[in-house]
Design a protein around this ligand. Structure first.
Ligand code: ZN
Length: 222
């Protein structure tokens, strides 16, 4: 814990002064463009992976990057999604799963979660993903971890659509959904393609955006 505490001192002394103007702006309010929903796993740093700064991503995290389907019951995710879309007016929502996800392993083998009753119940929101994969393969085991992880992103996107603020944003074209899987070991991000219903490398999925970027290691860099 010591390095976490001394990290705050380092931030205040060495980092904050260089970004003072930006933090003064942020002190007056936020207008993020993106709601970023990902797993609570310590190995994921949304701002690092997307190379974004404070104020750019409205981040919601939980075990398994779960979005409970909308219901009349209030929950932290439901309230945060409503606030991000209806109050802040985010125009993009990313659901980002990741490789080696402990929550997905738990969803595949819920019988191992008897001592974690809340985790077990929470991961019930991933059941549609595990059942789709089980049906597709005729069986389900940890061998299917990557497939469950990807299918879970697709199913949580489906749950997102049941939230009234999201449904309204989608109907009017104000909101766009994105499904990603981040590979911790390689840094690669696979992205769901709604048309072909499969996951593609990010540069292929967002060719229009990537086309404007210099090739990694190319000569276009300053
Ligand atoms: Zn995870």
């Amino acid at each position: 814990m010591d390095h976490v505490i001394s990290g705050v001192a380092k931030f205040q002394k060495e980092v904050f002064p260089g970004k003072k103007a930006r933090f003064s702006e942020l002190a007056e309010g936020q207008s993020p463009e993106v709601l970023f929903i990902t797993c609570a796993d310590s190995r994921i740093d949304p701002n690092l992976v997307t190379q974004t700064e404070p104020g750019e991503l409205f981040i919601c995290r939980n075990a398994g990057n779960v979005v409970p389907p909308h219901s009349s019951q209030t929950g932290g995710m439901t309230a945060s999604i409503e606030f991000a879309v209806a109050a802040l007016g985010v125009s993009h929502i990313v659901v980002c799963g990741h490789t080696d996800c402990g929550a997905m392993k738990g969803a595949i083998e819920p019988e191992k979660l008897e001592s974690l009753p809340h985790v077990k119940e929470w991961l019930g929101h991933c059941r549609s993903a595990t059942e789709v994969v089980r049906d597709r393969n005729g069986s389900l085991s940890t061998e299917n971890l990557d497939e469950v992880t990807a299918e879970n992103v697709v199913q949580q996107l489906q749950h997102l659509r049941t939230h009234p603020a999201v449904a309204t944003g989608l109907a009017s074209g104000r909101v766009t959904l994105h499904g990603w899987v981040y590979n911790i070991g390689s840094g690669e991000v696979l992205c769901f393609d709604e048309e072909t219903r499969d996951f593609k490398p990010m540069d292929e999925r967002y060719r229009a955006i990537f086309g404007d970027l210099p090739e990694a290691g190319g000569n276009d860099c300053c």
